[in-house]
Write a protein that binds this ligand. Structure first.
Ligand SMILES: [Zn+2]
Length: 52
């Protein structure tokens, strides 16, 4: 799984648990954001703004 913002690979802790968070893009598709980007962008709308 890759971060939608920085494209880094996100570690899976176990099963569906990831080191990061899920956001929904404009099309309602689930995307993953890594822990680093989650720290950088405090709100989901900030994260959304980074998606190209
Ligand atoms: Zn990232």
């Amino acid at each position: 799984m890759k971060c939608i913002i920085c494209k880094n690979t996100i570690e899976t802790i176990f099963l569906n648990k990831i080191l990061g968070t899920y956001i929904k893009d404009q099309k309602g598709k689930r995307q993953v954001v890594c822990f680093e980007c989650q720290k950088k962008f405090s709100s989901k709308s900030d994260m959304m703004a980074q998606i190209k």
